[in-house]
Write a protein that binds this ligand. Structure first.
Ligand SMILES: [Zn+2]
Length: 245
């Protein structure tokens, strides 16, 4: 609903200045005010009607803004149950490769009950296991959002870590060459990537808790920090061979 200048001017003649200010600010009560003016309703009834319409509009706006996924993304996430894998996008497919190069968006409202977000995490895990990976990022299954999973190879008992809206707060000055890097989206290719020795990271988990930790990368076979850096790159459209020495 957008501003209608004629209606605003007409209503301003009949209603107090405060209402005309509201009219100019949001237009939410534009239509009901015009309705009340034309129907010559009493001012108390008019204000009540405007308030009801205003509150309903704000609720609708709030619901729209807090949506975590686009309609298309929700369909993709919900088109299979939590035990079904998703299709992994491949760099040798033109459409897939363009998608993999996009910068993913932050996820809003993490921590509240969100069926689609939980379903995405479950399906990412199933997909990663099926493909034999140790990390997977949402863009790899067609969801351009800032979320990935990574396996703590330094601790075989640790559960797969869900990482939402991650940030690398700081990192070592020193880098090293990580050999035989690979990716579920890059078939039949292994290569060397340049990685930081350690990174300090911050991310949110499913319940909304914010975590901070230091991850190391140069202690193969324990290289949690490299997996994090690899998956973090996916959120910015970067693939491991972009990090060649
Ligand atoms: Zn990858």
């Amino acid at each position: 609903m957008c501003c209608n200048g004629t209606a605003a001017a007409a209503a301003t003649k009949a209603y107090p200045t405060l209402l005309s200010v509201i009219l100019k600010r949001g237009c939410i009560v534009n239509f009901p005010l015009k309705f009340c003016y034309l129907r010559k309703m009493k001012w108390k009834s008019s204000i009540l009607l405007c308030c009801v319409v205003g509150v309903l509009s704000l609720c609708l706006q709030s619901c729209t803004q807090s949506r975590q996924f686009s309609e298309q993304e929700e369909i993709l996430i919900m088109n299979g149950d939590t035990a079904s894998a998703m299709r992994v996008l491949m760099i040798d497919n033109l459409q897939d490769s363009l998608f993999l190069r996009k910068t993913a968006e932050e996820i809003t409202g993490v921590g509240r009950t969100a069926v689609a977000l939980r379903q995405l995490v479950a399906r990412l895990k199933v997909t990663m296991d099926k493909e034999g990976g140790i990390g997977i990022a949402a863009p790899q299954v067609g969801i351009s959002k800032r979320i990935f999973l990574f396996t703590r190879v330094s601790d075989s008992n640790a559960p797969v870590q869900t990482v939402i809206n991650p940030r690398i707060l700081s990192h070592s000055e020193e880098t090293f060459n990580f050999e035989r890097d690979g990716c579920l989206s890059v078939p039949n290719l292994r290569g060397t990537s340049v990685r930081y020795v350690w990174i300090d990271v911050e991310y949110t988990i499913l319940d909304g808790t914010v975590k901070r930790e230091r991850l190391y990368g140069d202690q193969r076979p324990n290289f949690d920090g490299v997996i994090f850096q690899h998956e973090f790159d996916h959120l910015n459209g970067i693939l491991f061979f972009d990090r060649e020495p």
